[in-house]
Write a protein that binds this ligand. Structure first.
Ligand code: NAD
Length: 264
C-alpha cells in the first residue's frame, strides 16, 4: 500500500484521541503517503490532537464546531491559506444527548432529535458544500455510519434514525458531486470502544453480541476500518460511490446462527 496516497491531501474531521475511528483512518492514510490536515472540536481536544497530527507529520490542526456555519467557513478559509486543492475528506463526527441513547426511541425530544440530525447528518452536507470548491481535480469523501441505521439495535435510538438519513445523504451527495469526479461513500463499522460509543447504553453487551454472532467471531478494530477507508479514499476505489460499505466482521449478513455456532 506504500505510496498509493502519495501527492494526495485531505482533511480529517472527528479526531478526539488515539481510540477514535478517525485515528485508525488517519494512520492508514498516512502510511500510504497522504498529507493531512485535522480539525478538532473545542480547546480541550487540541492538546490531544496536536501530538497525534505531529506523529503523522502534520502541523495543520484547526478548530471546527460543525453545528456552527461560521466555524465551518473559517475552517475552510484557514485550509485554503495552506492548500489550493483538496483530494479527500473524512467525516467521523456524531453526537446525541447520551440520556437519549438508552431507554425508548419513542421518548426522544424534539430538541435532541434536531441537534442529533444537525451534528450527525447535516454537517456532512455542509462540509461537502465547502470541500467541493477545493476538489478541483476530483476527490473522495467518507463518513461513518452504523448498522443501527438499518435494523433496531438496543439504545441506539435517535442515532439510528440519524444514521439512516446520513446514509441517504451519501447517495444524494454521490449523484450531485459525481459530475465533478467526487466520490462519496460511508463505512458502516461494527461496534468499537471509543469516547462516543461510551455514551451508548449496554455497549459492552453489544460488543460481546457482535463478537459471538459475526461470521468472523470477533470485533473490528480502528485499523480494520482504516484499511477499508484507504481503499475507498484512494484510486483503488475509483469506481465506487454512493456506497455504504460494512466493516463489521460480517455481522450484517447474519439472520440467525445455528445453536452450536458461537465458538465460545
Ligand atoms: P470519537 O468520540 O472518537 O469521535 C467522535 C468525534 O465527533 C469527536 O472527535 C468529537 O469531537 C466529534 N464531534 C462531536 N460533536 C461535534 C461538533 N459539534 N463539531 C465537531 N466535531 C464534533 O468516537 P468514534 O466512535 O470514533 O466516532 C466517529 C464516528 O464513527 C461517529 O460518526 C460515530 O457515530 C461513528 N461510528 C462509531 C462506531 C463505534 O462503535 N465506535 C460504530 C459505527 C460508527
Amino acid at each position: 500500500q506504500d505510496g498509493i496516497m502519495a501527492g494526495k491531501r485531505g482533511l480529517i474531521m472527528g479526531l478526539a484521541n488515539d481510540k477514535s475511528i478517525a485515528w485508525g483512518i488517519a494512520k492508514a492514510l498516512g502510511a500510504a503517503g497522504a498529507e493531512m490536515a485535522f480539525s478538532y472540536q473545542g480547546d480541550a481536544l487540541k492538546k490531544r490532537v496536536d501530538p497525534l497530527a505531529e506523529k503523522l507529520g502534520s502541523d495543520i490542526v484547526l478548530p471546527c464546531d460543525v453545528s456552527d456555519e461560521e466555524s465551518i467557513d473559517s475552517l475552510f478559509q484557514d485550509l485554503k491559506t495552506r492548500w489550493d486543492t483538496l483530494d479527500f475528506v473524512v467525516h467521523a463526527i456524531g453526537f446525541s444527548d447520551k440520556n437519549e441513547l438508552r431507554g425508548r426511541y419513542v421518548d426522544t425530544t424534539r430538541a435532541n432529535f434536531n441537534m442529533t440530525m444537525d451534528i450527525s447528518v447535516y454537517s456532512f452536507t455542509a462540509v461537502m458544500q465547502r470541500a467541493e470548491k477545493m476538489m478541483t481535480n476530483g476527490g473522495a469523501a467518507l463518513t461513518m455510519t452504523y448498522y443501527g441505521a438499518e435494523r433496531i439495535m438496543p439504545h441506539y435510538n435517535v442515532m439510528g434514525v440519524a444514521k439512516a438519513a446520513l446514509e441517504s445523504s451519501v447517495r444524494y451527495l454521490a449523484e450531485d458531486l459525481g459530475k465533478d469526479g467526487i466520490r462519496v461513500n460511508a463505512i458502516s463499522a461494527g461496534p468499537i470502544k471509543t469516547l462516543a460509543a461510551s455514551g451508548i447504553g449496554d455497549f459492552r453487551y453489544i460488543m460481546k453480541w457482535n463478537e459471538y454472532n459475526s461470521p468472523l467471531r470477533r470485533n473490528v478494530s480502528i485499523d480494520d476500518v482504516g484499511n477499508s477507508a484507504l481503499y475507498l479514499l484512494s484510486d483503488l476505489g475509483a469506481g465506487v460511490t454512493g456506497e455504504t460499505h460494512h466493516v463489521d466482521a460480517g455481522y450484517h449478513v447474519v439472520g440467525m446462527k445455528a445453536v452450536d455456532a458461537p465458538d465460545m
